[in-house]
Design a protein around this ligand. Structure first.
Ligand SMILES: Nc1nc2c(c(=O)[nH]1)N[C@H]1C(S)=C(S)[C@@H](COP(=O)(O)O)O[C@H]1N2
Ligand SMILES: [Mo]
Length: 308
């Protein structure tokens, strides 16, 4: 079964989900309480009001178990429950990130060095998958803009391209050619610099589990979930628009922008509604996933039906 070839909300999928839900009721909630260390050895108290960013939504958060068991990470299999089962083979320490392209500070950076100057904050964002489901996720992380500024992009840097680690031993799904590997994503520079765009290192105050993209991943809350690339191994500043993995696999279905847009149906299904994981009735999908007041101006004058 090929990912994204059908909407998430089929009867099968709902059954799958309720079976999986029952199973998980037997497990204890793992959401962290107390004090934990996040990647980069920044220690923060959890769940304190002041810790949540003003960008956060106060909508009900999705269960930690759902966020960590119901995943998309094709490097570990195409079923939603595959990543949680299989991602243990990924070794995330040590971890390096190549910074490349049109910038003054290219090089291979140890993750710790990259994270040393940043302070990790919590941001509760809506997250909407193109397949038709959504979650509310309390991310731990920092604005991507902070990292970009330190790398000093030059005037040719119009886009930022991200790549996931390529290592078929650690990521056995890369032996299947369901996608071209490594997974690639991209943002226009102003999207990448937008204060909502973050690099996440944790969820619910705990370090990211491998299945959610450890040790660091992108989070772009006004775009469909596939833009939020996991387990980033390289970041490159480019003059030309990157061609992302889902565009490569199906250019008529997935564009570069992929802004959440209830008015532009996927060629094979509507995008007007979504099922919030944990809820029964579907919700109406909001333009830009509810972040229009923050980001609509980035696309002023663009035909969003053409640039989907
Ligand atoms: N490297 C990589 N990143 C990826 C994916 C993937 O298959 N590989 N799937 C994407 C999709 S389609 C979604 S919806 C989100 C899912 O993130 P989550 O499983 O942490 O909720 O990750 C995105 N990032
Ligand atoms: Mo997705």
């Amino acid at each position: 079964m090929i990912f994204l070839n059908k909407p998430e909300i089929t009867d099968n999928e709902v059954t799958d989900y309720s079976v999986y839900k029952k199973r998980r009721q037997f497990m204890k909630t793992a959401a962290g309480l107390g004090i934990v260390a996040t990647t980069g050895a920044v220690i923060k108290p959890l769940f304190s009001q002041s810790n949540s960013s003003s960008f956060s939504t106060d909508e009900e958060k999705t269960d930690y178990k759902d966020i960590t068991r119901y995943c998309n990470f094709y490097e570990f299999g195409t079923a939603k429950t595959d990543p949680a089962k299989n991602a243990h083979t990924l070794v995330t320490s040590p971890w390096t990130i190549d910074i490349e392209g049109e910038c003054d500070k290219p090089g291979t950076y140890d993750l710790e060095d990259l994270l040393k100057p940043v302070s990790i904050e919590e941001r509760i964002y809506r997250f909407r998958c193109v397949e038709g489901w959504s979650m509310v996720i309390p991310w731990m992380g920092f604005p991507l803009a902070e990292l970009i500024k330190r790398m000093q992009p030059n005037a040719n840097a119009k886009y930022v391209k991200f790549q996931t680690l390529y290592d078929p031993d650690m990521m056995p799904g890369q032996r299947d050619n369901v996608l071209e590997w490594p997974y690639v994503e991209g943002l226009r520079m102003d999207e990448a610099m937008h204060p909502l765009t973050m690099i996440a290192t944790g969820i619910y105050g705990k370090d990211l589990l491998n299945q959610n993209g450890a040790p660091l991943r992108l989070v772009v809350p006004w775009k469909y979930g596939f833009k939020s690339i996991k387990s980033i191994a390289s970041i490159s500043f480019t003059e030309t628009q990157p061609y992302n993995s889902w565009q490569q696999s199906s250019p008529t279905e997935y564009g570069f922008y992929s802004n959440v847009n209830p008015d532009v149906p996927h060629p094979r299904w509507s995008q007007s509604k979504e099922r919030r994981i944990g809820e029964f009735l579907k919700r109406k999908t909001q333009p830009f996933n509810g972040y229009a007041s923050e980001v609509a101006s980035l696309y002023k004058g663009m035909d969003l039906k053409r640039y989907f």
